[in-house]
Design a protein around this ligand. Structure first.
Ligand SMILES: [Zn+2]
Length: 297
């Protein structure tokens, strides 16, 4: 089944390739080239799970992106969105969670080629070295990054970002205290750990239901400069620059190529985000919030 799907995508890519090239060229000429932000979790050879990509495949992704795109930072994505000018199709690398094995090939590779990357970690897992719940459920507890690894990566130019304190599902958060613990306190804890400012948050799961107004507002008010989703979308001129849209660095190479060569059908399926906080969080004063007047709708 997967083989058939892959074959179908590669046939479509072959047929559409000249048309897609022209489409991207026209968008670039208008200064509206798409900005693709990729997220990965774990680059390693074993054990394989849905959030792992092999070292070889990751190398292939990096080579393909270096050959075909401008590789830019999250900050540059935001700058282009704000200026309303994106002259070339670009790719940005990010990682979520904080798996130790990423320090073996993936991060050194990005560092060697000076490819911008933001690396999002879950602070309590780093602090205690506890494996993730989602790995324990698969009976494969996997090693987590240490503070020393994160500091060394930061020294080499990798930006460390926040992926909450406990990999929380914001769709299940019911109090302002928990929201503050997972974002505001976690941000300052991570800053203490790595001895650097933390500027970005990647929302765990990152689906529209987690991208709640209360989450975005809390991130903004505690001094973060951007927040990343993961539901699969391009960043296009006209989009809000605070919310950076990402899609998965899919291990299936044809699906990966399909996204990066700008599949307009993905835009037609772009979900709308909740504009009201359906969980009815009531405004309260947060103890560690720099600006405690949270005005949740
Ligand atoms: Zn995650």
């Amino acid at each position: 089944m997967q083989l058939l799907r892959s074959l179908a995508i590669s046939t479509r890519l072959a047929i559409q390739s000249p048309w897609r090239k022209k489409q991207i060229q026209r968008m670039s000429e208008r200064g509206e080239a798409p900005m693709s932000v990729l997220f990965y979790h774990r680059v390693a050879d074993a054990p394989v799970n849905p959030w792992t990509i092999s070292n070889r495949e990751f190398q292939r992704h990096v080579d393909y992106c270096r050959d075909n795109f401008e590789l830019i930072s999250l900050e540059e994505v935001q700058r282009r969105l704000e200026s309303g000018h994106s002259p070339r199709p670009s790719v940005t690398f990010t990682f979520d969670d904080g798996y130790s094995e990423n320090c073996e090939l993936a991060l050194p590779l990005l560092i060697r080629h000076r490819i911008p990357c933001t690396y999002f970690v879950t602070t309590e897992n780093v602090r205690h070295g506890h494996p993730f719940e989602h790995d324990l459920r698969l009976k494969h507890p996997l090693p987590i990054n240490t503070v020393e690894q994160l500091k060394a990566a930061a020294d080499s130019g990798i930006e460390i970002g926040l992926h909450t304190a406990n990999h929380v599902d914001f769709n299940r958060v019911h109090t302002v205290e928990e929201l503050n613990k997972e974002i505001v306190e976690a941000k300052s804890n991570l800053e203490e750990m790595i001895e650097r400012p933390v500027r970005y948050l990647a929302v765990p799961f990152g689906l529209p239901e987690q991208m709640r107004p209360a989450v975005i507002e809390t991130a903004r008010k505690c001094g973060l400069i951007g927040i990343c989703s993961a539901y699969g979308a391009y960043n296009l001129i006209g989009d809000d620059s605070f919310h950076i849209r990402r899609f998965h660095g899919d291990p299936e190479f044809n699906r990966f190529r399909n996204w990066l060569t700008y599949d307009n059908r993905k835009n037609l399926r772009r979900p709308t985000l909740p504009t009201e906080d359906v969980l009815n969080i009531t405004p309260e004063v947060a103890t560690k919030n720099r600006q405690p007047q949270l005005a949740f709708s």
